[in-house]
Design a binder for this molecule. Structure first.
Ligand code: NAD
Length: 690
């Protein structure tokens, strides 16, 4: 075995050269790996005893992608392009031996090899789209040449990892070799192709698989149409498709030029910048400066949930899915039965869609027990309360829990707004009390705001942060304040949306602007979905808000087909003339002179106060970092990922511009727009949030 460089070895076994990369953790294409590949292949080619070359990786995976820490830095070592040329133009067959994941640049290297073999557990993929990019090392040009345009489009626009079997079926992998015997299998394969005098397959020269799509623009048009909703607002999926079109319709070198141009456009644009920052921000959110990684954690073997309503059921499902037994407690048998039936129904619906087996449903339900008394939770390691949002009830529940649940167990509240310190004070163990704020539907939404009380222990924080990961959530640590990070900022947007509608806009104008910005729906469509009558009672209703007026008129939202919008049987929404009149009347009663409001003003008034509130949250230390705020909004409120989150967006617009607008609005409309001291300071110092 000869060492080519610190991360590459070359050994010659008879007539086969084996080039082995060993660059932990994932053999990413760093300068060292690229140099090693280039030199190693050249050395093997120069050795007359060598008839074929196997490229294989040590450790847990084949090359799993580019080294993204090199992005944006001056290039070093051999370029990927040079390495690929060396491999593809090699005069001896090069076989990629794949285990783990061949992703992004890793698969693009494998595509320049003349053959590919893989173990059954291996996966291939081009996930660049998830970072707002496209595979920029020939992936979009070579992939369709071996799998065809349609499969290639699916792979590059979804970024999905394709298993070895499916890869072999589509021609991406030439042979599957026995698990655990990749090296031997690849060497045998290499000898065989030499013995059989199989050709030096240069993918760039193939075209048969693309014939089906040539001269058929409808294939691309149909694909765009079928995925329009999923791709809405994103540039990268569209650019990936254009590259595949170029591969089909242009000679290889021309197609490569298209790929390069579109890649550079994405790479230097704000969408990919946003998506790459989000990638790192999510990892960063898991790090709590004063809670080191080695903080001891509490084993969570059994979980209790109090309240089997909207949230309690969804919360329970997260743990059942992770194989953790759950006991759920309600006040009355019928509420308990209803709550448990909803959980079963949710699982059965998933099974109907083929995403769970009937046995999975029973396994999960088998982990669930119900009870009507808090004493059923005595031996739980973690209890999450999800009862009504009233401080008196929460304090009563926590006071009683404290007496029945074993010492050392964590007591958590799913409160949306209430003071976790006050709840903790109702117990004799405030250091074991924490907020776990799930989002609706709790079994689906990825966000978990983890609310740190003044006395919450580090071990409890470390445990809950770790648990978030276990149940596939992104945990973000936040401080105690009204509405924490997410709802506190949402309140800003909601207030402005309501004001705009009285001042001159219509609900559908506000919704359209926010939808076009990239949110899945606007605040009024959202209100209709949630129900206009949440928290409303006929007895106390005094026509004092527009919402009260609408509820009094029998408008309850989507559930009765009448909300801010009118709904047909298929729940298609149309603006309601009745609501329009109600708005005009209500505004007149308030003495408001309605005016024309531009889309620009709608957007700025809904979004800039959120950025400003985010700055206040940072100033008060209620979030650890600006990127944590972005993670909250991306995962809990549908902020479009290609816009990076509110704080990223503030940077993008320019904090000086945001501040100037806030000051202008403040002069016109008062202190709802009072700039935060931090925002002013950052502008004065020319700083950015991220
Ligand atoms: P819900 O009304 O749907 O459910 C509350 C359940 O708690 C009811 O089934 C009720 O019978 C039960 N309950 C009340 N008192 C109880 C007690 N003493 N012991 C046992 N069970 C009791 O309410 P929800 O929407 O699930 O909200 C629950 C909590 O979650 C609230 O604090 C709320 O602010 C918070 N939350 C709600 C949402 C949401 O979108 N609905 C989102 C995040 C957080």
């Amino acid at each position: 075995m000869a060492s080519i460089n610190p991360v590459t070895d070359l050994s010659v076994e008879g007539d086969v050269a084996v080039l082995t990369l060993n660059s932990p953790p994932v053999n990413a294409l760093s300068a060292g790996v690229r140099d090693g590949l280039d030199l190693g292949i050249k050395q093997a080619l120069a050795d007359p005893a060598v008839k074929s070359i196997v490229l294989i990786c040590d450790g847990r995976t084949f090359i799993a992608g580019a080294d993204i820490s090199e992005f944006g830095k001056p290039p070093k070592g051999a370029s990927l392009h040079e390495v690929q040329n060396t491999i593809e133009n090699a005069t001896k067959p090069v076989v990629a031996a794949i285990h783990g994941t061949a992703l992004g640049g890793g698969l693009e290297v494998a595509l320049t090899c003349h053959y590919r073999v893989a173990v059954p557990s291996a996966k291939c993929g081009l996930p660049e789209v998830n970072l707002g990019l496209l595979p920029g090392a020939g992936g979009t040009q070579r992939l369709p040449r071996i799998v065809g345009a349609e499969k290639a489009m699916e792979m590059v626009t979804s970024g999905q990892h394709v298993g070895a079997k499916a890869s072999a079926e589509m021609g991406l992998v030439d042979e599957i070799v026995e698990e655990g015997k990749l090296r031997d299998g690849a060497i045998a394969f290499a000898r065989r192709i030499v013995a059989e005098k199989r050709p030096l397959n240069k993918v760039r020269e193939l075209s048969a698989k693309m014939e089906a799509a040539r001269g058929k623009p409808e294939i691309f048009a149909n694909f765009r149409k079928a995925n329009a909703r999923k791709f809405r607002g994103f540039l990268a999926p569209e650019y990936n498709i254009r590259c595949i079109e170029a591969a089909v319709n242009l000679p290889f070198d021309e197609g490569m030029k298209v790929e390069r141009t579109l890649f550079m456009e994405l790479m230097t644009g704000s969408q990919s910048d946003a998506q790459r920052k989000v990638f790192f921000a999510e990892r960063q959110a898991a790090k709590i400066p004063d809670v080191p990684d080695d903080t001891p954690t509490i084993a969570i073997k059994k979980v209790g949930v109090i309240g089997a309503g909207t949230m309690g059921g969804g919360i329970a499902m997260n743990f059942l899915n992770a194989g953790v037994p759950v006991t759920i407690v309600e006040t009355k048998q019928d509420a308990l039965d209803r709550g448990m039936a909803v959980i079963r129904k949710n699982y059965e619906n998933t099974a109907k869609k083929g995403r769970l087996t009937a046995a999975d449903v029973e396994t999960r339900m088998g982990l669930l027990t119900g009870g009507l008394d808090l004493s059923a939770l005595a031996d739980c390691d973690l209890v999450i309360e999800a009862v009504f949002e009233l401080m008196e009830i929460k304090k009563d529940v926590f006071g009683r829990l404290d007496k029945v649940v074993k010492q050392g167990a964590i007591l958590a509240s799913n409160t949306s707004y209430l003071d976790v310190n006050e709840i903790a004070a109702a117990t004799s163990r405030p250091e074991f009390v924490i907020g776990m704020h799930f989002f609706s539907p709790a079994n689906v939404m990825r966000l978990l705001e983890i609310v740190r009380g003044d006395k919450t222990s580090k071990s409890v924080i470390a445990t809950v942060m770790q648990l978030a990961k276990k149940i596939s959530k992104v945990g973000v640590l936040v401080g105690v304040c009204h509405g924490f990070v997410g709802n506190r900022m949402l309140a800003q947007r909601q207030r402005e949306a309501n004001k705009l509608v009285l001042e001159g806009a219509m609900p559908w104008d506000v919704d359209r602007v926010l939808y076009d910005f990239g949110f899945p729906m606007g605040p009024f469509a959202m209100a209709d979905l949630a129900g206009l009558d949440i928290g409303w009672t006929a007895e106390t209703s005094r026509s004092s808000t527009l919402r009260e007026v609408l509820c009094e008129a029998g408008r309850r939202g989507q559930k009765n087909g009448l909300g801010f919008y009118d709904y047909d049987a298929e729940r298609n929404a149309t603006p309601s003339p009745m609501v329009e009149q109600a708005i005009l009347d209500f505004a007149a009663k308030q003495g408001i002179n309605r005016r024309t409001i531009s889309d620009e003003e709608i957007l700025e008034r809904c979004i800039y106060p959120m950025i400003n509130e985010g700055a206040k949250i940072l100033e008060e230390g209620k979030a650890l970092r600006a990127s944590d705020i972005d993670i909250v909004w991306l995962n809990g409120y549908g902020w479009p990922v290609y816009r990076g989150g509110p704080m990223f967006y503030g940077d993008l617009v320019g904090l000086d511009k945001v501040l100037a607008k806030m000051q202008g609005f403040q002069a016109q409309m008062g202190d709802d727009f009072k700039p935060s001291a931090l925002l002013e300071k950052m502008v004065a110092e020319g700083k950015k949030f991220l």
